[in-house]
Design a protein around this ligand. Structure first.
Ligand SMILES: NC(=O)c1ccc[n+]([C@@H]2O[C@H](COP(=O)([O-])OP(=O)(O)OC[C@H]3O[C@@H](n4cnc5c(N)ncnc54)[C@H](O)[C@@H]3O)[C@@H](O)[C@H]2O)c1
Length: 322
């Protein structure tokens, strides 16, 4: 059992990844002892995940546990843990509809979430915060989209995230697991996953390589700076809105074409755009109704798209971008 004056012990799943590595840093800055678990799955270049971990492992209060959520022995891991931030997942909406992909999403997302929720309940944690996604609202939701909007996932990713939400809702309602759900809208900033638009775009523009734009580029996105999203996660610790679900998006929205123009300005070179057929799992437009997060969490995002793109470009250059 933790002593009354000892730092809170917090488990962050997916710690080597984009958003979770930033969350670990924010929790360490807040004085937590952080256990970061990651299975280092094969979704993208391990060197990027390792670089994220290298930063975290400089902190004495950070402990890395290498393991997949379906394989690690969770009871000893959760012994003494007060808060769980469950961000480990297989992300991305553009995967093919193959049985192997379905198995991968079920394994990394829903089966892992169920196993972790069960162990967290046994351990008696006092917070279980889950990262969900705006993708579960489907292709063409009403805008701005409130949390109680109809849900219509169109990818294995979004379907397994919705199943995760249902699992956690049941663990909360039936057994009292203290669950909070944050539905993120397209995050960007340093350490962004390599399959995401700003990462792909900045690299392509800097290299003078073709940049594929799906559809006509007029689809809009609510781009959210990772630091603002992490701030919302941390606010959950103080507000403790147990049983609640929140949209987390920075606003305002920008079209993909506008984002590319902003990237061109930051890199100082024109993009070589190649237009391709729109992907059926991509939303046409996304815009969050964040009034609930603003009211109950005090969420107040402040980073502009320009500032966020500049920060991501500086990070890419530090990673050896040509
Ligand atoms: N990036 C976004 O814009 C965005 C938007 C909405 C929601 N989210 C959610 O936020 C979370 C973090 O996303 P990200 O973009 O940082 O992804 P990421 O892929 O960079 O990080 C996820 C990490 O989890 C690990 N992992 C995956 N499944 C695991 C498992 N079952 N057991 C152990 N480790 C596992 C991976 O190795 C990876 O390092 C995810 O839950 C994602 O669904 C992200």
């Amino acid at each position: 059992m933790p002593q009354p004056d000892s730092p809170p012990v917090t488990l962050v799943t997916g710690a080597a990844g984009f958003i979770p590595s930033h969350l670990c840093e924010a929790l360490l800055a807040r004085g937590h002892r952080v256990i970061g678990l990651d299975g280092l799955t094969d979704t993208y270049d391990q060197r990027q995940k390792q670089a994220n971990l290298d930063v975290l492992q400089r902190h004495a209060a950070f402990e890395f546990v290498h393991g997949h959520l379906l394989e690690v022995d969770l009871d000893p891991l959760l012994d003494g843990v007060q808060h769980v931030f469950h961000l480990a997942a297989r992300a991305g909406v553009r995967e093919g509809w193959t049985p192997t992909n379905f198995d991968n999403y079920m394994r990394d997302n829903s089966r892992s979430t169920q196993r972790l929720a069960d162990a967290a309940l046994r351990a008696g944690v006092d917070l279980f915060s889950f990262a969900s996604t705006s993708s579960i609202y489907g292709f063409d939701p009403a805008l701005p989209t409130p949390e109680d909007h109809e849900l219509e996932p169109r990818s294995f990713y979004a379907m397994t995230k919705l199943l995760d939400e249902h699992l956690l809702s049941a663990y909360h309602r039936l057994f009292g697991l203290p669950v909070v759900v944050l539905r993120y809208y397209t995050l960007f900033g340093p350490r962004q996953r390599p399959d995401m638009l700003v990462h792909i775009g900045l690299k392509a523009i800097a290299a003078g390589a073709p940049l594929t734009v799906y559809g006509d580029g007029e689809q809009t996105r609510e781009l959210t700076y990772v630091g603002d999203a992490v701030d919302a996660q941390v606010r959950v610790l103080d507000a403790r809105p147990i049983g609640q679900t929140f949209n987390i998006g920075s606003g305002p929205t920008a079209s993909v074409n506008e984002l590319i123009e902003e990237m061109e300005r930051v890199v100082g070179k024109p993009a070589r755009r190649v237009y391709a057929k729109a992907h059926p799992a991509d939303q046409l437009h996304s815009q969050a109704d964040t009034s609930k997060a603003r009211r109950l969490l005090g969420f107040d995002p402040s980073t502009t798209i320009r500032q966020g793109i500049e920060a991501e470009f500086a990070w890419l250059q530090g990673m050896g971008l040509p």
